[in-house]
Design a protein around this ligand. Structure first.
Ligand code: NAD
Length: 266
């Protein structure tokens, strides 16, 4: 007798956007290590992440496309349903940065940042959330930023997109919590990824600007963020946590000290 797809795939299934590199790649690896089958959604074919996950023995599938497209969101959901028959976790991690003074930010730049960082997570939450609602359970984790909780100058579009993503997180938590779906956000401080390298190359800041500002005196590692995402994804560890925006920032947002005071203690 031929088995249905649902019977074939026993592992829980996680979709990670922007899974090709940086934080998304570490999230995918952490979830694979916990036994999830992975679907990677990225603009580019995530060849290295695919190979690493396959070497580690994970079931993995990539769907290349742009998270801002409604057509792509529908195709992704259809491939997830067809290939795995279920989705347990969605990690909305894909994002873009923009370092520009507010008065020089063009409408086109503003719209693109809002599209990728906020509309994309909405479209994927809506589309994959329907599968979760039908199944009666699931967890969505949005990768926001401390820039979603506080302002950082020269990032009007980025900050607004991440504040909006936290608003979306809370709204979906309120709407869907009673139907078995938890929706939470992580708010990383500065993380050493290609996004950071590009932002530093554009003259935005230096390593020491960040290290001096963080009480724990270092950048976040992608692994720090991945472990927080894995915690929020897992109903066994965070089953009553819904609607939070959790800083993973080494104490940045807790600390209102001025720099010389903080540096006296180093
Ligand atoms: N690096 C940091 O310091 C930092 C701090 C706080 C929050 N974040 C957030 O973490 C997330 C990941 O950041 P990162 O540093 O790993 O970035 P990154 O630039 O290294 O990787 C981003 C990934 O997202 C993909 N992507 C971008 N736009 C996409 C789109 N429209 N559709 C599909 N995929 C797309 C890229 O191809 C890439 O693989 C982002 O949402 C970012 O805003 C990063």
């Amino acid at each position: 007798m031929e088995m249905s797809l649902e019977q074939e795939v026993q592992a829980p299934v996680a979709v990670v956007t922007g899974g090709g590199q940086g934080i998304g790649r570490k999230v995918a690896e952490a979830l694979a290590g916990e036994g999830y089958a992975l679907v990677l959604a990225d603009l580019k074919e995530p060849l290295e992440t695919l190979a690493a996950l396959e070497d580690a023995g994970a079931q993995v599938h990539a769907v290349v496309g742009d998270v801002t497209s409604e057509v792509y969101a529908a195709q992704l959901a259809e491939q997830v349903r067809h290939r795995f028959g279920r989705v347990d976790v969605l990690v909305n991690n894909a994002g873009v940065s923009l370092l520009t003074p507010a008065e020089e930010t063009t409408a086109e730049e503003w719209r693109r940042v809002l599209e990728v960082n906020l509309t994309g997570p909405f479209l994927l939450s809506r589309t994959l959330g329907k599968l979760m609602l039908d199944a009666g359970g699931g967890s969505i984790v949005n990768v926001a930023s401390i820039a979603g909780l506080h302002a950082v100058a020269d990032r009007a579009a980025y900050n607004a997109s991440k504040h909006g993503l936290i608003g979306l997180t809370r709204t979906l938590a309120a709407e869907w919590g009673g139907r078995g779906i938890r929706v939470n956000a992580v708010c990383p401080g500065w993380v050493k990824t290609e996004m950071d390298a590009a932002d530093q190359a554009s003259g935005g800041y230096t390593d020491s600007d960040i290290v001096e500002r963080v009480p724990m005196a270092r950048f976040a590692a992608p692994e720090d963020i991945a472990q927080a995402v894995a915690f929020l994804a897992d109903p066994a560890r965070s089953g009553f946590i819904n609607g939070i925006a959790m800083p993973v920032d080494g104490g940045w947002t807790a600390d209102a000290s001025w720099n010389s005071l903080r540096m006296q203690k180093r």
